[in-house]
Design a protein around this ligand. Sequence first.
Ligand code: SF4
Length: 621
Amino acid sequence: MSGFLKLLFRNRLAAMGALVLMIILALILIAPLLPLQDPDVTATADRFKRPFADGHLLGTDHLGRDLLSRLLWGTRLSLAVGIAAALIAAAIGSAIGITAGYFGGRTDNIIMRGVDMLMAFPYILLALAIVAALGPGLMNALIAVAAVNVPFFARNIRGVTVGLAGREFIDAARLAGKGHMRIILTELLPNVLPVIIIAMSTTVGWMILETAGLSFLGLGSQPPQADLGSMLGEARSALISHPHTSIVPGIMIFLIVMSINLLGDGVRDALDPRLRSGALSRPRATTLVERTGDIPARTDDLLAIQDLHTEFHVGSRIYRAVGGVSLAVKPGECLGVIGESGSGKSVTALSVMGLVASPPGVITGGAVRFQGEDLIGAPYETLRRKRGDRVAYIFQDPLSTLHPLYTVGQQLAEAIQSHHKTSNTEARAHAIQLLSDVRIPNAAARADNYPHELSGGMRQRVGIAMALANEPDVIIADEPTTALDVTVQAQILSLLDDLRRDRGLAIIFITHDFGVVAQLCDRVAVMYAGRIVEEGQTQAVLDAPAHPYTRRLIACVPELGGGRRELAAIPGLPPLVDDLPPGCAFAPRCDKAQATCRTGEIALAGTAPRAVRCLYPEVTV
Ligand code: SF4
């Protein structure tokens, strides 16, 4: 809760809205204790007194009633009715939306057509018709305002529920034997609740206005009872001669609606996990660069990552995801990058083309040189021209990287046409050729399939085809075969191997799998806690690992036909990169750790191309 409040009040506008609303709420709550005059007592001799007149801070109305007193009591009523209407509309609308979305089919059709019919009426006419049928009065205005807003909640919540109802966790709940009501209450409701709260926070101000509108027309609160709408309605005839009688309730309505809307926006941001870090509120086309220190000199490598530092700044916390990584590849070379989840492999790869989301990502040091040109901090257009053309990516999860509404053929053609002037026919022919290159059977027909119509392995091959579309110089493959079965994995690895031999393609292959590294990579770099702890020729590292972490990683790999042996899991967990221990980050898990390992910087040392970051390596390098 304190985290939510901290996030909420980081948004200055939301904090201002909350402050104004709290002041208004405090005033109306203590209204019975304040020395106010009776809001309904008339004194015709005191009609239309101006603000700051004797005993009347905000003046009086056409019947001599004290405006301050009527304002505070009227605000109490308006807020109570608006909030009650929002709660009722949210409860009924959400129940309808969840039911329709969860059951789907005919239930959904019948319910939503009824909702559509209600939405087809202009809502204010509908509210007037309801009040006309029930009779004027504040309670009936509340019912009318709640009723006309039910379809809004039903539509919104139904949309969210439809997206959730087909997800695996709902299937798992069904398989566990849960009934419909339990699934709705324990699985769906907690997931849609933030949406309900957000919708409520942004509509409550609107409902206060609608209630005030009905009272303004004489259909809400009845004389002498005051609410903000009826105060405005009564002041209508004196708008020109005594404007303060309209301005006082008008300003109060403005303050309430503005403060609720600002607070509502803040609540929405604070509840949205993607907005918490500012990722959606201030999107940047490339990763933010705030480099300090010297920029490393150029080398003759095709792609060189030099002393790269990438951090995530979330509030006051700094996550050092990549802490001084240097890697390089030459044409036709394949470099494997291996390490546990969270070791910084993917962030290193994404930093190359400025693809780390900013905020919260910030590149704070080093350089990434492609053919000698430093890409860190390069203009967006420079990076855009190289992304997918000279440096291509194969991402881990093809379902989230392929667009669900376009066929794979269209997406491949788009990847080609974004970098080369090609006719649609040529682009399609090229797309089909690429699909056939990655060994998708019946490529011409498959080009017209949508991503959801393909199996996981096929989607991954489409991702690879897309990376190959423009014959790049470098491919960065981020665990591209993790989701594939071993036969497809072998085909893909052999395809990549052929490409690098035939076309001189350089590959940076990120993986957890030493088997894949052994099969494909010339060299390997082992990462731990955002740094390289060992690197060298693949065979040399596999034959004689120098870093205790590498040795233990290799020991975790089961060997086919190697007989029974205990698989030595590495105890403990990788350290949090916002709180790295001094000295060697692996020390808490290392069976060779000594006191000297826990102090000072440990440098990467050895004879090129072999290097290790350890004071007591397993072998001398
Ligand atoms: S420096 Fe020390 S703690 Fe770190 S890996 Fe080497 S022996 Fe283990």
